[in-house]
Design a protein around this ligand. Structure first.
Ligand code: ASP
Length: 481
């Protein structure tokens, strides 16, 4: 019996989880980390290896395929508007959920009062304005508590949190225009050599493609043919890699969970129990985006793609996003799924998806909104409307600024916390469960990009969805597109 690739990947994923639990309870975690986990890293490297040249050549090919720069401008504007709309919807959903569930309010009162006092002491020391005045420090009823907390000394910051705080500070110090300046590379080879500089690669490729359109036919055509041929080769490389994806995904999951759990699974489960309401709120929001928001948007705007068809088409990319926690590493697979399975023309995917992987992170923005309000509730702080609106703005910008790699959203969360006068070191509180939430939010990020590509394609009449298409052929290296 032939088993479809996405099922094989799901089986690999489940076996990875089972293996991690078994190896952890038998005390074999180190074995898993030493001998199985490296295959996960090899997988991510293989995908990233393809991602940069694929973005580069696919954008040039897409722009030349479109044939005129004005339609590129129109599509570009539409793309940005839709990306902005989905991100804004995600942040708003996150805020609605966290304010109505109130996961931080479910923590016992005593802990929250202590947390509040710690916050007021921190705000006093850092001279941060406290909007929600409760003045526990001046309240005689809390005198003993304040003295006890003060006697414990200042907070000790986890080295990992400290590292993230330095990165976030550097981003903030760079000035408002720096992000724009950073898009223009001074050396294309340097940009290509650095996986973090995707926007620079996109800029150069767009510029190159547009310039190529102005070169007369017989002179420009050989370059266009070469670019298209290289694209085919890169996609074939993805097909080969994907044949081993079920095994690689097994290794990734086994390694990731073993690193979290060590030789004591119960420790990991305890951490989850402590942060379960918070994790659940993020999870419900993310699940809503994937299962309701995007399919609904597709139904309203695109119409052609049925609910199940969309998931069948996207499942290889979604499972990979979950396993790798990186939209950038998943990009080559997302591109093939959207092109071959959803039938979005290459002219659209070639630039809508790379831009989306870099700037459109709906899952990340939703998670940041939930995390900030949860941390405020956990410290007995009520955020007012102006602060909640600030969160909408900063979480949107922070998600745009997050790199498409694991944990990037957590680092940028620091900026959102600071924007409403909260202590950035609190990311340490949610750090223990961040990896699993990162896996889930990356699925949303990738699904959001695919949804917007389909919408843009439908609007441009460049969507050719065929329900009869056999998704199993997509990554079959023997089948030519
Ligand atoms: N891991 C996410 C991504 O690559 C970004 C994040 O939220 O940390 O899309």
């Amino acid at each position: 019996m032939k088993v479809a690739l996405h099922w094989k990947i799901l089986i690999g994923l489940s076996l990875g989880v089972i293996w991690a639990f078994i190896s952890s309870s038998l005390g074999w975690s180190q074995f898993t980390i030493n001998w199985i986990d490296p295959f996960g890293t090899i997988f991510i490297n293989l995908l990233k290896l393809i991602a940069v040249p694929l973005v580069f050549f696919s954008i040039i090919s897409g722009v030349t395929g479109l044939g005129d720069p004005s339609s590129l401008g129109r599509m570009g504007l539409r793309t940005l508007i839709f990306y902005f709309f989905t991100t804004l919807s995600a942040v708003s959903l996150g805020l609605i959920l966290v304010n109505s569930f109130g996961p931080g309010r479910l923590v016992d009162e005593d802990t929250r009062i202590d947390n509040r006092i710690t916050y007021e002491l921190w705000a006093q020391e850092k001279q941060v304005e406290v909007k929600d005045q409760k003045n526990f420090l001046q309240n005689p009823a809390y005198e003993d508590r304040v003295a006890r907390i003060q006697s414990l000394g200042g907070e000790t910051i986890d080295p990992e949190v400290e590292k993230s705080m330095k990165i976030a500070q550097a981003t903030k110090d760079a000035g408002p225009m720096q992000k724009v300046v950073d898009i223009i590379p001074s050396n294309i080879f340097e940009a290509l050599a650095n996986n973090g500089q995707m926007l620079q690669v996109i800029f150069f490729a767009l510029f190159f493609g547009i310039a190529l359109l102005f070169i007369p036919g017989d002179k420009g055509q050989p370059v266009i043919d070469l670019v298209n041929a290289i694209m085919e080769v890169l996609l074939k490389m993805v097909d080969f890699i994907m044949q081993a994806a079920p095994f690689f995904v097994f290794a990734l999951l086994a390694g990731t969970i073993s690193k979290m759990a060590g030789d004591d699974v119960s420790k990991m489960l305890d951490i989850f129990a402590g942060l379960s309401w918070y994790s659940l709120t993020v999870f419900v929001g993310l699940a809503f985006m994937v299962a309701i928001f995007y399919p609904l948007l597709l139904k309203l705007v695109v119409r052609k793609i049925p609910f199940t068809g969309f998931f069948k088409a996207m499942s290889p990319a979604q499972t990979l996003a979950f396993s790798t926690s990186s939209s950038a590493a998943t990009l080559p697979v997302t591109m093939e799924c959207v092109e071959d399975n959803l039938g979005v023309d290459k002219k659209i995917t070639s630039f809508v998806l790379p831009i989306g992987a870099t700037v459109n992170m709906d899952g990340t923005s939703l998670y940041q909104a939930v995390a900030v309000v949860f941390l405020a509730q956990f410290h007995l702080i009520d955020l007012d409307l102006a602060q909640q609106l600030t969160i909408v703005l900063t979480a949107t910008l922070a998600s745009i600024g997050s790199a498409a790699v694991p944990s990037a959203g957590l680092v940028m969360l620091i900026i959102v916390l600071e924007s409403v006068g909260l202590n950035p070191a609190w990311i340490g509180i949610i750090l223990p469960v961040d990896r699993i939430l990162d896996m889930c939010r990356t699925v949303v990020n990738v699904t959001g990009d695919a949804t917007v590509s389909s919408i843009i394609a439908a609007r441009e009449n460049l969507l050719n969805y065929r329900q009869s298409h056999d998704t199993d052929d997509t990554f079959n290296p023997d089948v030519n597109p």
